[in-house]
Write a protein that binds this ligand. Structure first.
Ligand code: NAG
Length: 218
């Protein structure tokens, strides 16, 4: 009972640390096109809030080019490998996946490949400006947590690059699409890096919502 209530705490940590268990998150953060290698600006504030609330966690920054050519294969591989390497070292490790723009594509592409123990170990997926945002999914919210982009498709769904977020991942996911961000909202926005596509970086409500989602999943 105790263990199921504290899914991110290993047995050793539980024994050693009660009653203030350390349930920090291993966040795997994948940046968007042209952002320099490192933590995405889209998640820096969210992650700071998460780590402050749940000390003991860490952030891994997915290694890949994030070039204009939108080849995110190396990122998808890295995400997959990080989860498996983490579990090989500690079977109780819990993960949060985050992706912004091209990084969201890479993250969604990794989901279908994360099965069994890897599926169970990933507690939440936070996406912003996702080209694979798919109309009608229960995980869809706009920048204010509302439904103005519930029924819109992203550019790679329109282009049928993939089917988007697999059904079994929808309950673990928050796919935030700002109204008018043409990368995730082709109905109301232009397919360009617009102000709407960059709003996630500075919006306080987004930071609150993202941190609350991640903390709620841990
Ligand atoms: C995309 O990147 C992968 C991994 O770096 C590489 O193997 C592949 O050839 C690239 N695909 C294209 C179409 O450039």
């Amino acid at each position: 009972m105790f263990l199921s209530a504290l899914p991110c705490v290993g047995l050793v940590a539980l024994a050693a640390a009660l009653p203030t268990p350390d349930g920090g998150a291993s966040i795997i953060n994948t940046r968007g096109t042209t952002e320099p290698q490192g933590e995405s600006l889209g998640f820096a504030t969210v992650n700071a809030k998460v780590h402050e609330s749940r000390p003991g966690g860490k952030t891994y920054n997915t290694v890949y080019p994030a070039d204009w050519d939108q080849n995110s294969t190396a990122a998808t591989e890295d995400i997959f490998n990080q989860v498996h390497a983490g579990l090989a070292a500690n079977a109780d490790e819990c993960f949060i996946l985050e992706g912004y723009s091209q990084g969201a594509t890479a993250t969604v592409d990794a989901l279908a490949r994360l099965t069994d123990a890897a599926f169970n170990a990933v507690k939440g997926v936070l996406l912003i400006g996702n080209p694979l945002h798919k109309a009608g999914l229960a995980c869809n919210v706009d920048l204010d947590g509302g439904d103005s982009t519930f029924d819109v498709d992203g550019i790679w769904i329109v282009e049928e690059r993939s089917d988007g977020i697999p059904d079994n991942w929808v309950p673990k996911t928050l796919d935030v699409c700002n109204f008018g961000d043409g990368v995730c909202d082709t109905k109301n926005g232009e397919d360009l890096i617009t102000e709407e596509h960059l709003a996630y970086i500075t919006d306080d409500g987004m930071h609150e919502m993202g941190a609350k989602f991640v903390l709620g999943r841990l």
